[in-house]
Design a protein around this ligand. Structure first.
Ligand SMILES: C[S@@+](CC[C@H](N)C(=O)[O-])C[C@H]1O[C@@H](n2cnc3c(N)ncnc32)[C@H](O)[C@@H]1O
Length: 267
């Protein structure tokens, strides 16, 4: 079995350690090397990344994490050969970054980083706009497929094993919530960190109906929250899923919810 298809979580942590130490092999090694070069190129791009077409090209160079399902069947020309890459509808996350760019943030916390796809793109993008930028990557385990030199270059602080509870009430310019998608955890992450975001709190998977079975999941929490906050803050949704994707006939899937505090964090 190629080393990038190890299925269990212990194997994924071992794989992350090998990548960190520069000891990965095959396509994984080639792709993490390429990701470092991409980071260097994006930092050199600076404000050119604010041109949407150029940013989408950079997203395409980063690519999507190879999967063996049908989840993003219409994006076959985006897939990598290894687990390196995004696990998102790429244009949704690109538009999320572009929306936040008006604040030129200097800090972001991401809750739930998995292999580090969104962490990488966010850190490279925001650091290109603001050299002071730092990203705090919070997860219950370290599966991040970035070499140490890339992590250092982009000022990513890996915080594992941790949850939002370890950062209660700390203020970050941007908070991106993509951890446990249950109702309990979506709400907990918002109460611990999201409501204290100085500028923007984003939620990934506001249409993750596959996570709704037990307690309503993030789908239920987001619908409560968006209505609760819409009078006070700008609340937006970035949803680009194609018909036929996800588990519903109408293709309603993934999606990013945005609460814009505009410098006035919720109490
Ligand atoms: C969907 S993945 C994140 C994907 C990542 N944001 C991306 O798009 O590349 C969810 C991650 O959340 C982590 N996780 C699960 N429960 C968590 C919790 N309570 N707090 C923090 N992270 C959690 C998992 O270990 C997993 O890595």
């Amino acid at each position: 079995m190629p080393e990038d298809t190890v299925p269990q979580h212990d194997g994924m942590m071992e794989r992350a350690k090998r990548v960190r130490a520069g000891q990965s092999k095959g396509s994984l090694k080639a792709e993490v090397n390429g990701v470092h070069d991409l980071a260097v190129a994006m930092l050199a791009d600076g404000d050119k990344l604010l041109e949407r077409a150029h940013l989408i090209e950079r997203f395409k160079e980063f690519g999507l994490c190879r999967d063996n399902g049908q989840s993003m069947a219409h994006l076959q020309d985006w897939f990598n050969s290894s687990s390196v890459g995004l696990l998102q509808i790429p244009t949704e996350f690109a538009d999320f970054l572009l929306y936040c760019a008006k604040y030129r943030p200097s800090s972001m916390v991401e809750i739930g980083v998995y292999t580090g796809g969104t962490s990488f793109m966010a850190a490279a993008f925001f650091k290109a706009l603001n050299p002071e930028f730092k990203l705090t990557a919070v997860d219950i385990a370290d599966y991040i497929l970035l070499e140490q030199r890339t992590i250092d270059l982009l000022d990513i602080q890996i915080c594992t094993p941790k949850t939002s509870g370890d950062f209660y009430a700390q203020e970050f310019d941007i908070v991106f919530i993509d951890g446990d998608h249950s109702y309990k955890w979506a709400k907990t992450d918002y109460l611990n960190l999201g409501r204290f975001a100085k500028y923007v709190c984003g939620f990934h998977d506001i249409n993750a109906h596959e996570c709704s079975k037990t307690d309503g999941g993030i789908v239920k929490f987001w619908r409560q929250l968006r209505h609760s906050l819409a009078e006070k803050y700008a609340v937006l949704q970035i949803c680009h899923s194609a018909l036929g994707t996800g588990m519903r006939e109408d293709g309603d899937w993934m999606g990013i919810g945005v609460v814009d505090h505009g410098g006035r964090a919720a109490s």
